[in-house]
Write a protein that binds this ligand. Sequence first.
Ligand code: ZN
Length: 173
Amino acid sequence: MSPYDERCPDCGFRWSAVDVADVPDRVRGATEEIIATLSAMGLRVGERMAPGRWSALEYGGHVRDVLVTLRERILLACASPEIVVAPAMFRDERVDLGFYARDTLETVTAELRALAALFGRSVACVPAALLGRTVLFPGRDEPVSVAWLCAQAVHESEHHLIDVREDLARTMA
Ligand SMILES: [Zn+2]
């Protein structure tokens, strides 16, 4: 199965169902919903609600860093006619090493808003002829295309919106 035909086992997202032209608005929409959800959690935004979960603030920081990482991978793929290997994101290490320790509701929401806007502008600048360029990164067996990377930004923001909404629901349970 090509990466494009996959369906997320958790949220049902299908990468192939995303129109690249819709990516800027969908990323902006989902990140605004994440911002609203984090803001609604008040002082509990930094609390890990269950074992194996990040805090809502950490999920927000993760989406912020995903947008940075995906933008770099898109750029790398567009600039490289040959398939190249992008660095790993080290998603768990970022949290475990304490790189999110000084994040606050104010910094994460401002950064999410700025990164969603930057990511959307960047996607709008990708020449259509380069959407099929590919890149490999650790954790995947097959290269993924620029179009997949654009769709992945939608997936990550919409998928983790579900996570933070679960956390908000737990604060009200
Ligand atoms: Zn998902």
